[in-house]
Design a protein around this ligand. Structure first.
Ligand code: FES
Length: 115
């Protein structure tokens, strides 16, 4: 589809692992664990800052949860819900992706930032 943007291939992300991306004004990241691939806006619901503690590193030391580097909030990979830290009960903003033949595609049509 015309509004699909290729972010990367599934194999470009470690399993488990994560990877940041930038498309125009949109900063986001991908998380992979097994067959699960999710994309979220790179903005912590606590203060709005990017989450990574180092480029591409969005997971905690056990690779079990997404972690914000600033005040340690932890988020469920599958849902983006914060389960520990200063923004418990709030969630990361999911971004619309799908996987097709090993490629991770972002549906840009529903995103204001990138039209
Ligand atoms: S900015 Fe993310 S936990 Fe405070």
């Amino acid at each position: 589809m015309a509004d699909d943007i290729l972010l990367c291939r599934v194999d470009d992300i470690p399993d488990p692992g994560s990877k940041g991306f930038e498309v125009d004004d949109l900063e986001g990241f991908l998380v992979r664990r097994g067959d699960t691939i999710r994309a979220y806006r790179d903005s912590c619901p606590h203060t709005g800052v990017p989450l990574a503690w180092a480029p591409g590193n969005y997971l905690d030391s056990d690779d079990a949860l997404i972690q914000c580097a600033f005040h340690g909030a932890l988020f469920v990979i599958e849902t983006g819900e914060c389960v520990h830290g200063p923004c418990v009960g709030r969630s990361l903003e999911p971004l619309p992706i799908r996987v097709e033949a090993g490629a991770i595609l972002l549906d840009a049509s529903s995103l204001d930032d990138i039209g």
